[in-house]
Design a protein around this ligand. Structure first.
Ligand SMILES: O=C(O)CCC(=O)CC(=O)O
Length: 263
């Protein structure tokens, strides 16, 4: 376990693979920690420096009081990558992690060479929806949302497996402030204009049964960046990396090859 002390926030991160390899960075979604990538990381080829972290308010990172801004989440990531001396990475962002990826690419193209927007979009939901969710979390806890979240996260078949309980536990064990803080960041984010100006290799990944960021929404965002690719995973919801890790890691590996991160 490793911690980066950035002054106002301490971020928990983990590095696997080859310390001198080409960097690939993973950013998690709302209500998850870096374990959400375990199965994908296990399936990636050798020769990569694989960096994962918990954004503020999630996992083992520190949890400032809500609300958070997207600017703060992007800045945390920027400082973490500077701390780790990461340049020219492939950045894989899941949902809010994909929003962080877009904000970071706009700001620091030296850090990001290729972008994977997984189950993500330039704008997710409405400000009203996020306000309601924040109020529910702050008054009744994350548990009050858990059943509905599981239906958006996972396809029907996966929801019938015993593994579902583990991911539900991960969700409800996140802090209320961390979850609500990130809801506020999503509510205030509309990256359509800045993302339209991006020029870098981009891959969109969507799940056919994603109830949070449906395939058309993901496609609309990646189509803002000329030359982007799009990959649709069947029998997967919002957390496609957990449900279909073979296909997910396979597509990432192909994109790593196409973009010259691995030979
Ligand atoms: O997962 C995210 O980062 C935000 C999108 C969302 O609403 C996920 C969920 O359905 O809980």
């Amino acid at each position: 376990m490793q911690i980066a002390d950035l002054g106002d926030v301490q971020l928990h991160y983990r590095i696997d693979g080859d310390p001198d390899g080409a960097p690939i960075v993973f950013a998690n979604s709302l209500g998850t920690d870096l374990r959400v990538w375990d199965a994908v990381v296990d399936r990636l080829p050798a020769g990569l420096r694989i960096i994962r972290y918990d954004k503020r308010g999630h996992g083992l990172s520190s949890c400032p009081p809500a609300p958070y801004s997207m600017g703060a989440l992007v800045r945390d990531t920027e400082r973490l990558l500077d701390h780790l001396q990461v340049r020219d990475c492939m950045f894989v962002g899941l949902s809010i992690g994909g929003m962080i990826a877009q904000g970071l690419a706009v700001k620091r193209l030296d850090q990001i060479r290729a972008l994977v927007l997984s189950n993500s979009a330039a704008k997710i939901g409405t400000a009203e929806m996020w306000k309601e969710r924040m109020q529910t979390v702050q008054s009744d806890g994350i548990e009050a949302l858990a059943e509905a979240v599981m239906e958006r996260w996972f396809a029907r078949g996966f929801r019938a497996t015993p593994e579902l309980q583990l991911w539900r536990n991960m969700l409800v064990q996140q802090s209320r402030d961390g979850y609500a803080g990130c809801c506020a960041a999503i509510a205030g984010t509309d990256f359509y204009t800045p993302t339209s100006g991006l020029r870098l290799p981009c891959l969109g990944i969507a799940g056919t049964e994603d109830g949070s960021t449906p395939p058309d929404l993901v496609r609309e965002t990646v189509d803002l960046i000329p030359g982007s690719q799009f990959h649709l995973i069947r029998r997967a919801g919002h957390i496609a990396c957990v449900e279909q890790p073979d296909e997910y890691a396979g597509r990432l590996t192909a994109f790593l090859r196409e973009t010259g991160h691995i030979g």
